[in-house]
Design a binder for this molecule. Structure first.
Ligand code: GCO
Ligand code: MN
Ligand code: MN
Length: 388
């Protein structure tokens, strides 16, 4: 029995747009044909995925008639039932249509903002029909190349108005969605608003219903900006705001590559899986990536299977790391705990402040303590290389 075979309880999900990516890029035409959503559901379920997510227009074309919409929805529902697949997350395409060329919720044109709200409410209705409980907001066109068009923070105010409005709509309809805002530093706009996890957390605190709203961080987005994704993830977990996660990979400083999970940065991928597995996060492990443009449909399924298999192998490495007595002894030695001193630093009182100020510290002894991180890191790398 293959220990790394994905099962529904692993909660792996893919977007219709991920495995369905036709291999178009700014320099070249598609290399694969459009994939039928019903076919996608069957193939993903055969591979051991738990669910599938969509943008409104991944499922229902933007110009579909009501009758077409109803037929597509019915066929897709049947496929989900036949293959025991769920739709845990839904989202809106607010970036593809030229109407959104200069933003959707943050557009300087109130007609575009109203259309974006209408489209999102309809997409929320669609997601709710499939039982989705997480609603993702990725502001693909919410950004700028030119900052001279108004006051620089106009966009943020407009984005806040939109999310506040949609939180009330969610409440009014009784949909029970949790909103997950997805930061990205750039692409397709030169600068996207709210580029990092920290920016998103700061913004959420300014909303009318901050408890309804969390973050959907993506591995590649932090990596593009030269940041450490595992650190961003840790901060989001610390804030209790990890509502969803987009897993993929990326070389630092490149265009948006959306590589197979684990394809580039195995160590950060390891710490990502470690955080997800050890934090009690029980939401979907969503892969927001796509097969290389070189691939045909077989390559797409190799890509999808690879994302899940790598996650499960890394999960096994996380367990090995936790069970490795030498590593755990080193972590214990690394963490110096003097209960009296810790107590002094936690919870201010005038007395504690006075005691701390009167203490004598041996700076030289502190500076010469043996930290031993080289060996600890080598052991981590050896776990990843499969020799421990
Ligand atoms: C990207 C984004 C998107 C979003 C998706 C779901 O870089 O294109 O990551 O893939 O995650 O639109 O909202
Ligand atoms: Mn992305
Ligand atoms: Mn994403």
């Amino acid at each position: 029995m293959d220990a790394y075979l994905p099962k529904p309880e692993d909660k792996f999900t893919f977007g219709l747009w991920t495995v369905g990516n036709p291999g178009r890029d700014p320099f070249g035409e598609p290399t694969r044909s459009r994939m039928d959503p019903v076919h996608t559901v069957r193939k993903l379920s055969e591979l051991g995925a738990w669910g599938v997510n969509f943008h409104d227009n991944d499922l229902v074309p933007i110009d579909a008639s009501t009758a077409e919409r109803d037929r597509i929805v019915a066929d897709f529902k049947k496929a989900l039932g036949d293959h025991n697949m769920v739709v845990p997350m839904a989202t809106t395409n607010l970036f593809g249509d030229p109407a959104f060329k200069d933003g959707a919720f943050t557009s300087a044109d109130s007609r575009v903002r109203a259309y974006a709200l209408q489209k999102t409410m309809q997409a929320m209705d669609l997601g709710a029909e499939f039982g989705a409980k997480t609603y993702v907001f990725w502001g693909g066109r919410e950004g700028a190349e030119v900052d001279a068009g108004g006051v620089m923070n106009d966009g943020l105010k407009r984005f806040r108005d939109a999310i506040n409005f949609l939180c009330d709509y969610n409440h009014d309809q009784g949909y029970g969605y949790r909103f997950a805002l997805e930061p990205k530093p750039n692409e397709p706009r030169g600068d996207l608003f709210l580029p990092t996890a920290g920016a998103m957390l700061g913004f959420i605190a300014t909303l009318d219903q901050p408890d309804m709203v969390g973050v959907n961080p993506e591995f590649a987005h932090d990596t593009m900006a030269g940041l450490n994704f595992a650190h961003a993830l840790a901060q989001i977990i610390d804030a209790g705001k990890l509502f969803h996660v987009d897993l993929n990979d990326q070389k630092m400083g490149r265009f948006d590559q959306d590589l197979r999970f684990g394809a580039e940065n195995l160590k950060t991928a390891f710490f990502t899986v470690k955080l997800l597995e050890e934090s009690g996060y029980d939401g979907p492990r969503h892969f927001d990536a796509h097969a290389l443009r070189t691939e045909d449909e077989d390559g797409v399924w190799a890509f999808a299977a690879g994302c899940m298999r790598t996650y499960l192998i890394l999960k096994d490495k996380v367990a090995r790391f936790a069970a490795d007595t030498e590593i755990q002894d080193m972590i214990r030695a690394y963490t110096v705990t003097e209960p009296d001193l810790d107590g002094l630093g936690q919870g201010y009182s005038a007395d504690k402040a006075a005691r701390l100020k009167s203490m004598t510290f041996d700076r030289h002894a502190l500076g010469s303590r043996r930290v031993d991180l080289e060996r600890l890191d080598q052991l981590t790398v050896e776990i990843l290389m499969g020799v421990r």
